[in-house]
Write a protein that binds this ligand. Structure first.
Ligand code: UD1
Ligand code: MG
Length: 448
């Protein structure tokens, strides 16, 4: 059965109290709205329509620019029923069934939607998703009829709302496209909030001889985000699950709760992650690598048997092959280090290629930026860069060469050469003693 998806995301999200639209807040580095877009993809939705408001339209389009989704704008937020109506008026749905998701409900599982689809295959025209809530809440409540049918959903502000034991409405619905397109026109705002409630569709369906039912899932799946505090709870839940999955796959963590992962972090088995490590988006780490404490890593690939940190900063475009060592206070950006290369202390390596077995001494700076443009440095295999060297790009340092400590290098270094670029040292025999005596005399005079 084919399904099209409408994601409701026009709400203002005022309770977030933030200039950032609610659905563009992130969990594990991923926009809230992207979770719903990915869910639509997971169930092979034929088309996906995102309903945005005037205020979040531009930013949402930018955030989802790589995605195959259509947008429509709900000019005033008159309720969930109105949002669906705007989408159905703007697009002729191509599938027999339409799935309605929210942009602020990131944990719904594709298996749950598949259960809803199988109810549709049995002939139900509307399938709502409900759950048993542990605590008192203000969700819409299901009113059930015989044989698992749904006869109404009562919203919090409405007079009949008094059944704390009923299933709560997650808001997610699967509906037969033709029927919802027709019935949505009949929804009114004659209620306590003067809103167009999507949930009124249940009563309307019954009135017009259509069947509604429900699927039940766990409360955890239906977590919606309305405030910064709820966002932090959702983040915690995501992180806890993610860490559990990593450890189950053979990654060791001494203090998992202190490490932060992004939704797309990949770490292979045999890796050890010490306490307090941050993984931004786009990180992949091959097996048996150790990441020491207080490292900050994003947009980076790390090969097998590497040692990173403590206090390493790996920025986007970093590619470390096997057995590379990056030590404390080393920053690497847009750089490949080949196997067994080392930069163990206090170094910046930007826009470079560093060969195998090359050693970058403490305090070395790759000077990649001239104030207007970034330039590339290429350092060969088996090179020794002495401490506190400045390598001014664009630059090539040939294989098996040596750069003397303290050098400022701005010309290419041929292979197997020593490059030394620092003032020549002079030793003035006995002069230190003479200077000290002179200074002592001055000090004695001043004290008198
Ligand atoms: C809705 C349901 C309620 C359910 C709850 C679950 C209705 C009438 N009520 O209530 O039964 O228990 O969700 O969380 O549907 N939106 C728009 N345009 C609008 C209004 C909302 O796009 O005009 C979007 C919001 O951005 C959000 C979603 O619809 O993604 C839900 O809106 P919200 O106002 O949070 O609905 P609730 O009052 O929570
Ligand atoms: Mg809500």
């Amino acid at each position: 059965m084919t399904v099209s998806t409408i994601i409701l995301a026009a709400g203002k999200g005022t309770r977030m109290r933030s200039p950032t639209p609610k659905i563009l807040h992130r969990i594990a580095g991923k926009h809230l709205i992207a979770f719903s877009v990915d869910l639509a993809k997971a169930i092979k939705s034929k088309e996906t329509i995102v309903v945005v408001g005037n205020e979040n339209e531009h930013a949402t389009k930018v955030a989802l620019s790589g995605e195959a989704v259509n947008f429509c704008t709900q000019k005033s937020q008159l309720g969930t029923g109105d949002a669906v109506k705007v989408a159905l008026e703007g697009f002729k749905i191509k599938s027999k069934y339409t799935l309605i998701l929210y942009g602020d409900t990131p944990f719904i599982k594709s298996n749950t939607i598949k259960k809803m689809i199988s109810k549709a295959e049995k002939g139900f025209e509307f399938i709502f998703l409900g759950f048993h809530a542990r605590k008192k809440n203000s969700y819409g409540k299901f009113k059930l009829g015989p044989k698992g049918t749904l006869i109404d959903i009562i919203e919090k502000k409405e007079p009949e709302y008094n059944s704390p034991d009923s299933l709560s409405n997650s808001g997610i619905v699967l509906a037969q496209s033709g029927i919802i397109a027709d019935l949505i026109q009949k929804v009114t705002n004659n209620n306590a909030k003067q809103e167009y409630y999507l949930t009124d569709i249940v009563k309307l369906a019954a009135k017009h001889g259509h069947s509604s039912t429900y699927v039940q899932c766990k409360e955890d799946e239906c977590i919606g985000i309305n405030s910064q505090l709820e966002l932090s709870f959702a983040e915690k839940k995501f992180q806890d699950n993610f860490r559990e999955k990593l450890m189950a796959s053979g990654v060791s963590m001494q203090s998992p709760e202190t490490c932060f992962f992004s939704y797309d972090t990949i770490i292979k088995s045999g890796c050890i992650i010490e306490p307090n490590v941050f993984f931004g988006t786009g990180v992949k780490i091959q097996s048996s690598t150790i990441i020491k404490s207080y490292s900050h890593i994003e947009g980076t690939h790390i090969g097998r048997h590497c040692q990173i940190g403590p206090f390493a900063r790996l920025r986007p475009g970093t590619n470390l092959l096997e057995e590379v060592k990056i030590g404390n206070f080393v920053e690497v950006k847009n750089t490949t280090l080949a196997s067994k290369a080392k930069a163990n202390h206090l170094t910046y390596i930007g826009d470079a290629k560093v060969g195998a077995h090359t050693n970058i001494g403490a305090g070395t700076i790759f000077c990649n930026y001239d104030g207007k443009n970034k330039h590339l440095s290429v350092v060969g295999d088996n090179v020794f860069i002495g401490s506190n060297a400045s390598l001014i790009a664009p630059l090539k340092v040939g294989d098996a060469s040596i750069v003397a400590a303290g050098s400022v290098i701005n010309r290419d270094v041929p292979s197997e050469s020593l490059a030394i670029a620092r003032p020549i040292q002079q030793n003035k025999i006995g002069l230190a003693k003479k200077i000290m005596l002179k200074l002592q005399k001055v000090a004695d005079k001043m004290r008198k």
